[in-house]
Design a protein around this ligand. Structure first.
Ligand code: HEM
Length: 418
């Protein structure tokens, strides 16, 4: 769909714009690269690659400590008394990891790095392979399946559930916990019952984490949570719980989006899917190009600590800034034919899909592995992948995540008799 987008018509929170923002971002890059809007809680939007890069490189001016603006930690909205009563049993808010700066951030990041050792990531690769094959056993059938719901959502949930030590068949719980956190970041739900249910899920998750961490202190195991606990000198128990909670959100929705968008793009570009089949060494390039052209996390938030000049404009102190990494990744000044999906693009990896600088994504290698292994196994186990009949998949209106709702496909089994 081509919209004749103009900056004058740009409404950040308009559902149609949230679903398909690219044309508007192009207009913003051209004529208003640093653009303040009064919608919602009021934002300054930064859309050019060079400006996003400058801001990501200057964490002292562009702070991750969002509590400077949001009194109750991550939510701009006040909870009802009933929700507050439930939330009294949740882990109290503290500035942690992705929402902290300076010394606190360094301390938290160092701890998380001790968990994501190369050995652990390799071990996770084996689990990703096993899980991908388990799911494909059900899905590669020649029948219509919703690949989004039955694969893209489930794979990262299974993996991050394992990282967080969740045992047994609790995929649905992990998904509920992830959703609850996403809802707390965003707009409140319409009904009190929904808001209460989200709060209860969050409490349930935090209580799980307190217990799982206490168990590791008492009886260390050979696992990620034990590594974290053992590297947690100077980190409070509440901070530890909130960091684990961040890992769930960070590790679930974004990887789901990556895998779904990658398959969706390859279905739109069957010639490129064919190239991959002929030369699977192109698969890592397909992952990078999806990260660039369909960046799963569209933006990162920052709060300015002082008045600052950026992109020829002036941003006052205490502004809430949205660094549009998905727009930067389509900046024509940096990427030739930036709107074109091309798995052989040589400079795709210079994208900012994982951020850059001090807050660079801690799970980037894991996410890349999930995308690569999913595509390798899909290509190996199918003779072709086609869209099921019906309307084209749509992107739900979401400020931060480039998601899909469904992805109906038919996975035709490879002929293994030869
Ligand atoms: C395709 C998948 C993923 C994408 C696109 C993605 C994207 C990002 C981005 C853009 C940031 C930077 C935030 C900022 O600058 O404020 C980030 C940070 C982070 N990500 Fe990811 N992520 C993905 C997968 C994962 C996974 C699988 C994990 C862990 C299991 C993870 C853990 C983290 C953590 C802990 C941070 C915070 C780092 C810090 O603040 O120092 N991410 N991610």
């Amino acid at each position: 769909m081509t919209i004749n987008a103009s900056v004058d018509d740009f409404r950040l929170l308009d559902p149609a714009t949230l679903a398909e923002p690219y044309e508007y971002w192009r207009a913003l890059r051209e004529s208003a690269p640093v653009h303040a809007v009064s919608e919602g809680v009021g934002y300054t939007i930064v859309t050019r690659y060079a400006d996003v890069k400058a801001a990501l490189r200057d964490p002292e001016t562009f702070s991750n400590q969002l509590s400077r603006r949001f009194q109750s930690g991550m939510s701009a909205y006040k909870d009802s008394e009933a929700v507050q009563a439930v939330m009294a049993n949740a882990c109290p808010y503290a500035d942690a990891l992705a929402f902290s700066d300076g010394e606190t951030h360094n301390k938290h990041r160092k701890m998380v790095r001790r968990g994501f050792t190369l050995a652990r990531v390799r071990e996770l690769d084996a689990l990703v392979e096993q899980t991908v094959d388990e799911f494909l056993d059900e899905l590669v059938s020649g029948d219509e399946v919703d690949f989004w719901r039955r694969f893209c959502v489930r794979l990262p949930i299974r993996i991050i559930g394992h990282i967080l030590g969740v045992e047994g068949d609790r995929e649905d719980d992990v998904k509920r916990w992830a959703d609850a956190q996403v809802h707390r970041f965003g707009e409140p739900r319409e009904t009190e019952e929904e808001n209460l249910s989200i709060a209860r899920d969050l409490v349930d998750f935090h209580q799980y984490l307190y217990a799982a961490l206490a168990e590791r202190r008492e009886q260390p195991r050979d696992d990620f949570l034990t590594d974290l606990v053992q590297a947690s000198d100077g980190v409070t128990e509440n901070e530890l719980v909130l960091i684990c909670a961040q890992l769930l959100v960070a590790g679930a929705e974004s990887s789901t989006s990556l895998i779904g968008s990658m398959v969706n793009q390859l279905l739109d570009h069957p010639d490129q899917l064919q190239k991959l089949r002929e030369d699977p060494s192109l698969i890592p390039g397909a992952v990078e190009e999806t990260l660039r052209a369909e960046s799963p996390i569209k933006l990162v938030h920052r709060v300015t600590t002082r008045d600052v000049e950026l992109g020829g404009g002036r941003i006052p102190a205490d502004s809430l800034v949205l660094l549009m990494i998905a727009s930067a990744n389509r900046d024509e000044d940096v990427f030739t034919d930036a709107e074109t999906f091309d798995i052989t693009r040589e400079d795709a990896r210079t994208h900012f899909a994982f951020g850059m600088g001090s807050h660079l994504c801690s799970g980037a290698e894991l996410a890349r592995s999930e995308g690569r292994i999913a595509l390798e196994r899909l290509v190996a186990r199918t003779s072709s992948i086609t869209r099921a009949e019906g309307p084209a998949p749509v992107h739900p209106p979401n400020l931060t995540v480039r998601a899909l709702k469904t992805l109906p496909v038919i996975l035709h089994p490879a002929d293994t008799s030869a």
